[in-house]
Ligand binder design. Structure first.
Ligand SMILES: [Zn+2]
Length: 80
């Protein structure tokens, strides 16, 4: 749930619609133009616009597996 940055109330997902149809965001993120998402605050009416994110976007490349250094391994215990 995205909260309103103004009053911290809940927002609802809506869209920007004209008589000609949805207001689209040119293909800056995805491949082609997609409808802009509007998060509308149900309390104060503030509208925040979001680019349409694709759920199947590949995750940001993970770092190569970090090999933990073997530290703290018990070494030879000195004889008492
Ligand atoms: Zn609000």
């Amino acid at each position: 749930m995205i909260r309103c940055p103004k009053c911290d109330n809940e927002t609802r997902t809506s869209g920007l619609v004209t008589a000609q149809g949805d207001v689209m965001l040119a293909g800056t993120i995805g491949t082609g133009p997609q409808p802009i998402l509007a998060q509308v605050c149900t309390a104060c009416g503030y509208i925040e616009l979001y680019a349409p994110l694709q759920l199947d976007q590949p995750e940001p490349s993970r770092r190569a597996e970090e090999i933990p250094e073997r530290s703290g391994a018990p070494e030879t215990i000195p004889a008492a």
